[in-house]
Design a protein around this ligand. Structure first.
Ligand code: CA
Ligand code: CA
Ligand code: CA
Length: 278
């Protein structure tokens, strides 16, 4: 192409750009065209959940689980990424725990990595609770007891405290230090937050835990001592165990923690994310 033809093309392009900058509503605005082209060619248009390969924050190893042929009986769904359904619906990318028995617990890890205790929330548990209508005190939720360990033998937990006795409550504030009570906003495809926002519950949803709040209670006979609690707080943990609350006895009542007997068939684990991995 000779230099005169180039000059003419540059002048035309310059005119188009100037027109667009001056008047965003101009029919010459190229943005919609660019969007159409981008939508036709970019692989981002086929966003799917879960994201492959999974992001490094998520636990990637199923250490212990009881799988089944049920729809949600595949433990790998708990380590494949997180596909939260937002405030009013629950993810289906989940592995379901049973209410009682050996299938009521799941142990996950991050390969050989240690999860450290640093500033603020150290890990997030993503179940699939959802809000019933607009009432934030009415959540369809299946409570989970959370415990961590260095050797998958002796564990310490977060001193779960349920305040409504034998009566099941849908109000998450009645379930202190349990997981499974906050709707999940994070989604690998549609709400892929950066590695800091993933641990901000107001952006990601889910239930955050800080190792500073680890308890030395051994009420559940899990092998916890004050020494182990302090060691985990200082040096971190390798294994996280998630257990249906209904499989455990409430120290306040001497009975198993209640669940929504009309609708619940056990907590559903979408994934767990750790903030500080060594
Ligand atoms: Ca912390
Ligand atoms: Ca659930
Ligand atoms: Ca999942």
């Amino acid at each position: 192409m000779n230099i005169n033809k180039k000059l003419v093309i540059y002048i035309i392009l310059g005119f188009i750009l100037l027109t667009n900058c001056a008047n965003p509503q101009s029919p010459l605005n190229l943005n919609p065209l660019f969007l159409v082209i981008a939508n036709q060619t970019s692989p981002k248009t086929t966003l799917s959940c879960p994201l492959v390969p999974r992001r490094e924050e998520f636990a990637d190893t199923v250490t212990q689980a009881v799988s089944s042929s049920d729809t949600f009986g595949n433990p790998s769904m708990s380590v494949d990424g997180v596909c939260g359904g937002g405030e009013n619906s629950g993810s289906l990318d989940v592995f379901s725990l049973s209410q009682t028995g050996s299938g009521s617990s799941l142990v996950l890890s991050w390969g050989a990595k240690t999860i450290a205790n640093q500033t603020g929330i150290d890990f997030m548990v993503f179940e699939n609770p959802w809000r019933i209508g607009s009432d934030s005190t009415s959540i369809f939720m299946e409570a989970i007891i959370v415990e961590v360990s260095q050797d998958n033998v002796s564990y310490c937990g977060f001193n779960p405290n349920y305040t409504q006795g034998n009566l099941y409550s849908r109000n998450p504030t009645h379930w202190q230090n349990f997981a499974g009570k906050t709707p999940v906003l994070y989604n690998d495809a549609t709400n892929r937050l950066d590695s800091e926002s993933l641990f901000n519950p107001s952006l990601a949803g889910g239930d955050g835990f800080d190792l500073d709040n680890l308890s030395d209670s051994n009420y559940f006979n899990i092998g916890c001592t004050t020494n182990l609690r302090d060691t985990i707080k200082t040096n971190g943990f390798k294994y996280i165990r998630l257990t249906s609350a209904s499989a455990r006895t409430n120290s306040n009542t001497g009975n198993p923690y209640p669940f929504d007997s009309a609708a619940s068939n056990g907590p559903d684990i979408d994934g767990v994310a750790a903030r500080y991995r060594n």
